[in-house]
Design a protein around this ligand. Structure first.
Ligand code: SF4
Length: 364
């Protein structure tokens, strides 16, 4: 079965696979690594633009390790899951300190670096060095659950173990070792392009002949979905203070927690009394703590932002502000930032949206 599966997949890949992804030319370990980390939670179409910009800014491991975390986060801003960027930066510095400035080419050493799990390590080694290692990312889990007919939520350890076995069984035989980069990409392409979550195109699939899900009509049941729980919700209230020059006050968030190390708007955390306008009360208390005096206040429509584990409601109060006193509270780094300088600050996607709206409104 193994040779047969990989033969069919490679044959299909030759004409139908993706051969022009930026990290394939050249397919160095560094470029594959950056792409794999970006692809962990993000689709290829979105990653391509970020990848090109990131590689222009940090063309090699030396450049990445030598950059400040702020510069790296600024290049990552908008991609989300910022711990990926922090781990990438930290891992680059460890490669300089411990591996002679190279990304290691041994599985155990790669696994010891922050942010690199078994599937990511295997994807790097298979694509950059042709090593015969199986991958098992989310797309591949879906393909294998269906092809092998494995029921059970793939996130469960017992199910995942079975899927790893299936992934290893299907690797190209040793004699096709030099096809590992193509085989690895082919499996990813099959999952992303044909064996999609809602409407797999089994009639075009090179491995449909022995696919359990296709043969038994169970593509909608496999892979087994996670038992659903209601998503917890949280709220945050932000102050968008604009000075006389149209600049916005930003604060760097603490290194840990949501949006760790990124720049955001000051949070209004003060408890409001039971007055008519609690948002105004909280915003004014925050302004006082920051040594600001606010002009008329406008409350924007609430934004929603979905994290993996919760839904965040973002309330925003906008006001002109002028500095009237020394800051009364100790807060993280602060900066008044203009629209022309905003690209140098790593800001989370919903905050960037708010800032873009504000800067656009000022221009009109
Ligand atoms: S035949 Fe259909 S379900 Fe099976 S692997 Fe191919 S696309 Fe997926």
């Amino acid at each position: 079965m193994s040779g047969d599966f990989s033969d069919r997949l490679l044959h299909w890949f030759a004409s139908e696979g993706r051969h022009d992804l930026p990290w394939q030319h050249p397919r160095t370990a560094y470029r594959v690594w950056v792409s794999e980390i970006m692809l962990q939670q993000t689709q290829v179409a979105t990653v391509i633009g970020y990848f090109d910009r990131f590689i222009r800014a940090f063309p090699d491991l030396d450049a990445l390790a030598g950059a400040s975390l702020d510069q790296v986060l600024a290049m990552w801003a908008g991609l989300g899951y910022y711990s990926r960027a922090r781990n990438l930066h930290r891992a680059a510095q460890l490669c300089i300190a411990q591996h002679g400035g190279q990304l290691p080419d041994r599985l155990e050493e790669l696994l010891a670096l922050p942010g690199i799990g078994r599937s990511t390590a295997a994807a790097i080694l298979a694509q950059a060095h042709g090593q015969r290692l199986a991958i098992l990312d989310g797309n591949v889990k879906r393909v294998l659950s269906r092809h092998a007919g494995i029921a059970g939520y793939p996130g469960l350890p017992a199910v995942e173990r079975l899927l790893w076995q299936e992934a290893e069984t299907r690797l190209p035989p040793d004699k096709l070792g030099d096809r590992m980069p193509d085989y690895t990409q082919a499996l990813m392409d099959l999952g992303a392009g044909l064996c999609t979550r809602t409407r797999p195109r089994c009639t075009d699939c090179p491995v449909a002949g022995d696919c359990v899900a296709a043969l038994t009509g169970s593509t909608q049941e496999l892979p087994t979905r996670k038992a659903t729980r209601s998503v917890p919700e949280r709220s945050v209230h932000l102050l968008l203070a604009v000075d006389g020059r149209g600049r916005v006050l930003l604060e760097r968030r603490p290194a840990t927690g949501i949006w760790g190390g990124l720049w955001s708007l000051p949070e209004c955390t003060a408890a409001a009394s039971s007055g008519d306008d609690p948002q105004r009360e909280r915003a004014e208390a925050t302004a006082r703590a920051l040594g600001l005096e606010l002009g008329p206040l406008q409350n924007l429509a609430t934004l929603e932002h979905r994290f993996t584990h919760f839904l965040l409601h973002i309330e925003t109060s906008v006001a002109t502000a002028r500095t009237v006193a020394e800051r009364a509270s100790e807060v993280a780094d602060q900066a008044w930032v203009s629209s022309s300088a905003i690209a140098q600050y790593g800001t989370p996607a919903p905050i960037r949206r708010l800032l873009d709206l504000q800067f656009d409104a000022e221009r009109t």
